[in-house]
Write a new protein. Sequence first.
Length: 501
Amino acid sequence: MPLLTYEPSTLLIIAFCVLITEFIRRRYLLWHIPSVGFTAPLLTYLTALKFQRGSDQLIQEGYDKYKPGLFKIPLWDHWLVMATSPQLIEDIRKATDDTLSNHEAFHYFFQSKYSVGEDVLDNNYHTRVIQAQLTRQIAVTLDDVREEVVMAVAGIIAVKDGSWIRVSGVEKLIGRVIARTSNRRFVGVPLCRNKEYHKINIDFAASFVYSGKMINNFPSFMKPLVAFFYSRTKTHIHSQMKFIQPLVEERRRKQKELGINWQGKPDDLLMWLMDEAGVKGEEPTLWDLARRMCIVNFAAISTTTTSCTHALYHIAANREYVEPLRKEIEAAVAADGWTKSALLKMHKLDSFLRESQRMRGIHVLTLKRVALKPFTFSDGTTIPAGTLVACTSRALHHDNEIYSDADEFNGFRFSSLREKEGQNTKHQMVAVDREYLAFGLGRHACPGRFFAASMLQLVVAHILVTYDVEFPDGQSIPSDTFLAESCFPGEVDLLFRKRPI
Ligand code: HEM
């Protein structure tokens, strides 16, 4: 009998049975792992709903109850298995990509099928150029980046004489500074200064994150429909194409006329992507270049903006750090100018930024992976293929057994540790380990963290030596806002004034 002749009530009963069967199947496969929240069929959806706005509380509850083991939380259509201890985290780090897949997790959380295309990571050459060219050239291009920082900051903090001004929407403004600064290395001048260009990159990032989460709220058969109505990522990729098209065409023309290494060849992300993709003899399509430019902008801007906003909040809330930080920055710059070697001398600033990220990271969880085959942790627990797994990074960063007075902001926590014999590099901002997961860990640890750290140092150091920063009377650091596993700084105004000489 054709489906359309069924009564609606019959269809509802069938849908209900399918849901229950699926629930029991998934539940059974992970029966041995304890759960947080409701576990009864259908009630799990209440926990999945709570996860949307209260993921931090749910994960903290699981961490407190089940550390050092595993626990699970129901999402709409999956269970998420969480690893709480450094040993289990090490198991995830060591697992090969064909066992615990980072790419599958990317596809799941961002629903890339409906936004950038599931083939985007088959050859993720954008990651390779970040690891190689972008990182290698940080020192020699620092002047350019600093030039952009100074101009961009002046554009958002419009102080006159020595009086205080009140700045609202700090995170948005910082987003513009980071978009402009990072794009100095991604597309160069003048496009990096184009506000419309910043906007499409910032809008892409928002759409990529929110539509991924929205699509994940619906069962598989409804996902294409939700994506059709909700996702705007493809529109933003098309706008990106319009912006880069003249650059790409001009560069291709010169390459043909003057050879592969013509004089004056731009040295930016777009050029590296064109070169890297062309290695196999094929020219990448404009669409392919544009979606990668969007992805890298997304990875760079939203994260660094969040970290920078938190750092400013921590400065305003902890005024006692300002003078020691200024002293350190000014001494380093007096000796070496605004160079990479000066940044490397700023241990206190580096520590302040690392501590700020420890206290208020961008994610409640990191090292998200999908098991492609059954995987057994070192404590003997096995998860079946298809399981989503991640680490409880925020809870771990607030664990008193790992960090003394973990809930207290101690800006020089890491610079003090670096003074100990043999510990100089272990506690740097960019160092990753099983107890510091802000940049992930292992072969998929953030490849852009070296660039992000120097950009953050430049922005925060410049603000510190140029301005006084305070909260308006009675205000302090606002609580973070959570959207599923992502975490955003709360909104509060900041007061700025030109630093009195
Ligand atoms: C403070 C700023 C940043 C933070 C906190 C951050 C954090 C992270 C985290 C947690 C991951 C996932 C690691 C894992 O799953 O193990 C990641 C991956 C990634 N990040 Fe960053 N990131 C930042 C800045 C940047 C920048 C500036 C870029 C680009 C220039 C970038 C590019 C990437 C890319 C391409 C990946 C995917 C790597 C892979 O899958 O192998 N990130 N980042």
